[in-house]
Design a protein around this ligand. Structure first.
Ligand SMILES: [Zn+2]
Ligand SMILES: [Zn+2]
Length: 306
């Protein structure tokens, strides 16, 4: 069955979050929407899905109405498997984790490049620096050609990383992330550090791939649900699952030395003792205690709780 998926965010000051939470949840229940919505004093950020395209459209219209945000950008995709098992609204201080709560992108100032403009700068301005603001394991499975990956632990380390690169304050910088929200804050952070020429990819990689598959983005785009990643056509990944040991994108096939269960693990774990030859946390633990000893087949231990 086809599931229709949509990712979107909107920055706006919100109060009365607990009652808003139950209002959103009951609307989602009525329309049989699944997904995860992060609700905070600075706005909403969500990926949601439904087997009914009509219901998903009605939910989107309700969001526009309820939050007075006609300009909201929806990044749509399809999946044959349900990307979510249920619907959940989580109230958090920040709607995307950057460690800088309460910073809200001002309306009006346009630092967004459309996918067309993005391609033009990539192709015609070789001096522009391209920076991936996502995690290293997201970068590993797919990114823009020539992009730098800061490889940082916390988003708040980002300006320091840029400074250490010796990038001049007025050099053109293009930053991108999955759906655009992280860069909204990233730009503010960089501007506070004195960078004057920073632009972000409007709607992130998801919006880019919708318009320009198989061009300047290589590989797949990691997403935070059961699809693990989407390919160039925004279809759920056929290549990656989640590693049973660490939860990162996995594409290394093994057969468990302890229980003979076939499994896919990530490249990092495929270099670690015990993990590299086992199918689950339990088999890895047992193999460490009793190397070479066979045991019962495991039920796949890692199930995503997203
Ligand atoms: Zn792993
Ligand atoms: Zn096993």
């Amino acid at each position: 069955m086809t599931h229709y998926v949509s990712a979107f965010y909107h920055f706006m000051p919100l109060t009365g979050l607990e009652s808003l939470k139950s209002e959103i949840e009951s609307r989602a229940r009525e329309l049989e929407i699944h997904g995860l919505l992060i609700l905070g004093p600075e706005g909403i950020n969500t990926t949601c899905s439904s087997p009914s395209q009509e219901n998903l459209e009605r939910f989107k219209e309700w969001i526009i109405d309820r939050f007075h945000c006609p300009g909201i950008r929806f990044k749509d995709a399809k999946s044959e498997q349900p990307p979510f098992r249920r619907y959940k609204v989580k109230v958090r201080e920040e709607i995307c984790t950057t460690g800088i709560p309460g910073v809200m992108p001002p309306a009006g100032k346009n630092r967004h490049l459309t996918p067309d403009e993005w391609n033009r700068v990539m192709e015609e301005e070789p001096d522009a620096v391209l920076i991936d603001t996502r995690n290293w394991y997201e970068y590993r499975i797919g990114t823009f050609r020539g992009a730098l990956n800061p490889n940082i632990e916390k988003f708040t380390d980002f300006p320091t990383y840029i400074e250490n690169q010796g990038i001049k304050k007025d050099r053109k910088m293009l930053i991108f992330c999955t759906g655009g929200i992280r860069c909204e804050k990233g730009i503010l952070d960089l501007e506070q550090s004195g960078y004057t020429n920073v632009f972000q990819l409007e709607g992130g990689i998801l919006n880019y791939l919708e318009q320009h598959p198989n061009e300047n983005f290589d590989g797949e785009c990691f997403v935070f649900d059961q699809r693990v990643a989407v390919d160039q056509e925004l279809k759920p990944s056929e290549r990656y699952t989640l590693c049973p040991h660490c939860g990162q994108p996995a594409d290394v096939q093994i057969e468990c030395a302890r229980c003979d269960h076939p499994m896919t693990i990530c490249p990092e774990c495929s270099h670690l003792p015990c993990k590299s030859v086992t199918c689950s946390k339990n088999c890895a633990h047992q193999w460490e205690l009793h190397p070479g000893k066979k045991g019962n087949r495991q039920i796949p231990a890692f199930t995503s709780n997203r």
